[in-house]
Design a protein around this ligand. Structure first.
Ligand code: MN3
Length: 250
C-alpha cells in the first residue's frame, strides 16, 4: 500500500508524463518509416527532437498473418508498446522532478521504472524492424551471414539456438541476437521482462517478444508453435542492415 506522500508524488509524475506524451507520441498509423529513423540502431525510438515516441509500423498489420494475426499486431503496437513509451517518459519526468526538488527518496523506484519501460521501448523498436510481411524477408546478407556462420556454424544453427532461447524464457521476456561491444562478436541472450539477464554493451540486432501479449490470441499457451513459425516473418534485409550499421559505428 502506498503512503499518501508517495501516492501524491506518483500522481504528479503521471501528470508530467501525460503532458510529455501528448506532444511526444505520434499516432500508431502504418506508414513507411523515414530514412532518418531507419539509419539508427533503434529505429524510430525518438523523434526529430529527441523525444521518445511510438515508431510507426512500416507494413500493414495484417501482412504478417497467419504467423502473427492483425489484432495481435494492433494491440501489441498501439497499446502495449505505447505503454512503455508513456512509462519511460513518466519515469524520466519523475526523476527530473525529484532532482529539482532535491528529494531523492523515491529515486530507486523511478529508476526501476525507467529500466523496465526504457528497455521495453527500445527492444520493441528493434522488434518491429526485425519483422515484416510473411515470405518477404529474404535471407541473412553480408557480414551478418558471415558472422552467423562463424559464431553458430550456420544460419540454421543460429535459428535453432535462437528458437530455444525464445521458448525457454522463464515467464515474460525475449530471445535476442545481439552484438557484444565488449567481446566484438554476435551473442544470443534471453531477457526476462525487458531488462533482466542481459549483459552490458549488448546491441540488439534481432529479437523476438515472447510475452504472452505477442502471441496468445492465435497460439494460446503454445509458445513453442509461435517461436517455430517466427522465422517466416523475420525481415533479414533490415536485420542485416542493422548489423552493418552497428559494425560501422561501433
Ligand atoms: Mn511486447
Amino acid at each position: 500500500m502506498l503512503d499518501t506522500s508517495r501516492r501524491e508524488f506518483l500522481g504528479a509524475a503521471a501528470v508530467l508524463g501525460a503532458a510529455a506524451v501528448a506532444t511526444g507520441v505520434t499516432a500508431a498509423t502504418p506508414t513507411p518509416a523515414t530514412a532518418a529513423a531507419l539509419s539508427t540502431i533503434f529505429p524510430g525510438a525518438v523523434d526529430a527532437n529527441g523525444v521518445y515516441q511510438l515508431p510507426p509500423l512500416a507494413y500493414p498489420v495484417d501482412s504478417l498473418a497467419p504467423v502473427i494475426d492483425a489484432a495481435t499486431m494492433s494491440l501489441h503496437h498501439d497499446k502495449h508498446h505505447l505503454g512503455y513509451v508513456k512509462g519511460l517518459i513518466a519515469a524520466e519526468a519523475a526523476v527530473a522532478e525529484a532532482r529539482a526538488a532535491g528529494k531523492f527518496d523515491l529515486l530507486d523506484h523511478h529508476l526501476a521504472k525507467a529500466a523496465f519501460h526504457g528497455a521495453g521501448h527500445f527492444l520493441h523498436c528493434v522488434f518491429w524492424d526485425s519483422i515484416g510481411p510473411v515470405g518477404q524477408g529474404g535471407a541473412p546478407e553480408g557480414d551478418l551471414k558471415k558472422d552467423l556462420d562463424k559464431e553458430f556454424g550456420s544460419v540454421d544453427g543460429f535459428l535453432a539456438q535462437f528458437a530455444a532461447s525464445c521458448t525457454s524464457v522463464e515467464g515474460s521476456g525475449w530471445g535476442i541476437l545481439g552484438y557484444s561491444v565488449a567481446a566484438a562478436k554476435l551473442v544470443v541472450l534471453q531477457s526476462r521482462n525487458h531488462q533482466l539477464q542481459t549483459q552490458w554493451g549488448i546491441l540488439p540486432i534481432l529479437c523476438n517478444d515472447v510475452w504472452e501479449h505477442a502471441y496468445y490470441l492465435t497460439y494460446q499457451n503454445r509458445r513453442a508453435d509461435y517461436v517455430k513459425a517466427f522465422p517466416q516473418v523475420i525481415n533479414w534485409k533490415r536485420v542485416s542492415e542493422r548489423y552493418a550499421l552497428i559494425r560501422a559505428k561501433v
